[in-house]
Ligand binder design. Structure first.
Ligand code: ADP
Ligand code: MG
Length: 340
């Protein structure tokens, strides 16, 4: 699996280097706000401009279906169905189906049924608080991906359960955007969907895209990764969190086991792979798992590479990206361990 991924990197670099001479090297960009974040998509080639308009329209349409707060969304309808079956679009069905698959593969580390628990912590509104153990325990009763019933064109969840697709939606939207661009003949593009990076091909000159990885401690650039035709998606405790009066911090990624902010010893988890949905789902799940479990998972599941930064400041990278990963020279003391 790991070799295949490296193979993809290598072959694409060659493939697109030869295409580069035919394509227009002038970039065309679109920026918009969707899914709670700024998104910028840059594409090259003669169809880029009209394809980019379609991409922004599509992502905004997907947000309208997947937002947990928009009263007209499909997720809102599911969450307020009182246990009744709700018809959904094919995209929503596919996203939920995929999320359930990753939930199972990660032994429940990814869990799309935590919305009521996230609400209790204030992560959905910004009115943060630390719920009592009893309150969390009661809310956890109504969670569990195995209780989500997915039929062709409809979803049913038990009364009291609510879904939150925030951990996978952006990655899935990125994959849909990539297919739109590819269908329109774009073979060089970079999608930055609020820090979720997805690349089509290589840069127009045939060299790989250079993606900066953020230092979770100071917001600077920790490292650079050279990639072609793949997604690079990070989950971090620094993205959304709050601090209580005792100075304890609480991050927006919850451990589904106990309904509390994940304390796995990781400051950030970056997943590199061919699909945005896989990388997005796994970045959240791996953040919950922590370094040791993540290593085991990588060996067993395969098909992706990762960069883990521990709270102690150590960096772990998987062997498939050893050649394409460069630590920023400003951090000479940072230890980079290679997972093999
Ligand atoms: P972001 O979308 O902020 O870049 P993630 O992809 O890691 O980061 O998604 C985090 C979001 O997923 C949270 O804001 C929350 O809505 C939801 N969430 C939190 N914990 C979990 C979990 N264990 N499984 C699935 N979704 C989660
Ligand atoms: Mg995610």
């Amino acid at each position: 699996m790991k070799k295949t991924f490296l193979g993809i990197l290598a072959s694409c670099a060659v493939l697109f280097a030869s295409c580069a001479y035919e394509s227009d090297r002038k970039p065309c960009s679109v920026s918009f706000f969707a899914m709670d974040t700024y998104m910028t998509v840059t594409a090259y080639g003669k169809n880029a401009e009209s394809a980019l308009n379609d991409v922004s329209e599509k992502i905004i349409a997907l947000e309208k279906m997947w937002s947990a707060t928009d009263e007209n969304s499909e997720v809102y309808a599911i969450n307020n169905s009182g246990g009744k079956t709700v018809p959904v679009s094919k995209e929503t069905e596919a996203l939920i189906e995929y999320a359930l698959e990753i939930s199972e593969a990660t032994d429940g580390a990814l869990n799309i049924t935590l919305y009521p628990v996230l609400k209790a912590w204030g992560f959905t509104t910004g009115e943060y608080r630390v719920p009592s153990d009893d309150e969390i325990a009661a809310l956890l009763e109504n969670t569990g991906c195995e209780k989500v019933r997915l039929d062709s064109g409809s979803v049913t969840i038990p009364e009291g359960m609510q879904l939150d697709l925030g951990a996978v939606g952006k990655g899935y939207a990125g994959d849909i955007a990539v297919s739109i661009l590819k269908e329109r003949g774009v073979n060089s593009a970079l999608l930055d969907l609020g820090g979720n990076i997805q690349a089509i091909g290589s840069k127009p000159d045939g060299t790989p895209w250079r993606v900066g990885l953020r230092n979770p401690f100071d917001g600077g650039s920790l490292a650079m990764l050279e990639v072609s035709d793949c997604a690079v998606i990070t989950s971090g405790g620094y993205e959304r969190y709050f601090t209580d009066e005792n100075g304890s911090t609480y991050c927006h990624i919850l451990d589904p086991e106990n309904g509390r902010p994940a304390e796995s010893g990781l400051a950030s988890a970056t997943i590199i792979g061919s699909k945005g949905r896989l990388c997005d789902g796994l970045s959240t799940a791996v953040f919950v798992m922590g370094q040791e479990k993540a290593e085991q998972f990588w060996r067993g599941y395969g098909g992706f590479e990762m960069v883990l930064v521990t709270k102690g400041g150590e960096v772990y990278i998987t062997e498939g990206i050893e050649e394409s990963f460069t630590l920023n020279g400003e951090y000479p003391d940072t230890r980079v361990n290679v997972i093999r």
